[in-house]
Design a protein around this ligand. Structure first.
Ligand code: AN7
Length: 360
């Protein structure tokens, strides 16, 4: 088989830094560390719109960030953070993570030839994230504490040693992450949505989206942030010492970007709300069964929040455009899927058995 060489005019997607370079603080000469992240689909979801706001004319779209190279939205910020770490001469990077940041940091560090250490909460990281971090060759350090404990540790070690911190306290993470807002505006034909809905854990993503919408200058959405009820510090207005939720990605009690998120919510006329694990799971099922979009549980929190706010009459869906950011792929967390989505039907390998099953 013969493939023609890539031409300079090739339409290959170059990754988010190259695609939006004029909006980002990277000049032409900077070597970019990229896995061609971004350019994720914005999926129209009319059946889901009808399910959560019947007859309203809600235009609902799903920004499927699970289709990034390491399966989550984190790759947008990580291309920027690792590019900057290389520019500054770093040899080692570190992060604390509930899993997705770890996998993303590990992949981009591998691509840049850097050592990567990731601190993850023991027993509270989904299998796909652990598997990927190990596969990319990171030093995976499992601590007998929470994400918040890990974040404290990595903040301190990077003050003591020449190691680059790539959690979203690193401003470069937000620079890359804000490209999600640019893409949504472009995909909607040059106009921001009325509502922008997403899960809030460490609050980097919501902060970055707000920066992006403001910078792009094509209208501003109102932000709707969802937190898991057992890990809802921003909703409660206080640190949660022992956060608990089956949505392990957002099992965070003391978000690093807390203040910035509150500012973004205020400026946008937004809402932050807590949703129960049951509501998260229901939204997770709806995404898969009504629209065929499989996400990890935390990623369904934006839908759970929108559904709750429409049901409570806090959001009027009539003729509105809403985008829900689906932050991570369903295959990140196969354990929860197998536990919560039902069991396979076991049958003998005989046609009669299949006939009997169908006529049951
Ligand atoms: C799927 O990987 O914090 O509010 O360490 O993995 O920007 O933190 C993950 C967070 C939402 C919350 N959805 O985003 C980590 C980590 C998924 C996530 C969030 C995360 P932020």
């Amino acid at each position: 088989m013969h493939y023609p060489p890539l031409q300079e005019s090739s339409p290959m997607w170059p990754g988010v830094i190259e695609a939006y370079r004029s909006y980002l603080p990277f000049d032409e000469g900077t070597p970019i560390i990229t896995l061609n992240e971004g350019n994720t689909p914005l999926i129209h979801a009319p059946r889901l719109a009808e399910a959560i706001a019947p007859g309203s004319g809600l235009r609902l779209f799903l920004k499927y960030e699970g289709l990034n190279p390491t399966g989550s939205f984190k790759d947008r910020g990580m291309t920027a953070a690792i590019t900057q770490a290389v520019r500054e001469g770093a040899e080692t990077v570190i992060c604390a993570s509930t899993g997705n940041t770890a996998a993303s940091a590990a992949a981009y560090a591998a691509r840049a030839g850097l050592r990567c250490l990731v601190l993850v909460p023991q027993g509270k990281i989904a299998l796909g994230k652990l598997a990927a971090s190990l596969a990319y060759g990171a030093d995976v350090i499992s601590i007998d504490g929470s994400f918040d404990d890990g974040l404290r540790m990595v903040r301190e070690i990077t003050e003591r040693r020449p190691i680059a911190l790539v959690n979203s306290v690193n401003p470069w993470r937000l620079e890359g992450q804000k490209t999600g807002a640019f893409e949504i505006v472009d995909q909607l034909g040059g106009q921001a949505p009325d509502w922008h809905c997403l899960p809030v854990g460490n609050a980097g993503n919501i902060s970055a989206y707000w920066l992006g919408y403001k910078q792009y200058g094509r209208g501003l959405p109102r932000l709707l942030g969802g937190q898991a009820a057992g890990a809802a510090p921003i909703v409660l207005g206080r640190v949660v010492e022992n956060p608990e939720t089956l949505a392990t990605a957002i099992r965070i009690g003391n978000p690093a970007r807390w203040r910035q998120a509150v500012e973004a919510l205020d400026e946008s006329g937004g809402i932050v709300t807590a949703v129960s694990d049951e509501d998260i799971l229901e939204a997770w099922r709806m995404l898969a069964r009504i629209e065929g979009v499989f996400v990890e549980p935390a990623s369904a929190t934006g839908l759970a929040a929108l559904r709750q706010q429409i049901a409570r009459g806090e959001i009027d869906a009539a003729a509105k455009t809403a985008v829900i950011v689906l932050t991570g792929h369903g295959l990140k967390d196969p354990g929860t899927a197998v536990e919560r989505a039902g069991q396979p039907v076991a049958l003998p390998a005989k046609i009669e058995a299949l006939e009997a099953y169908l006529t049951k």
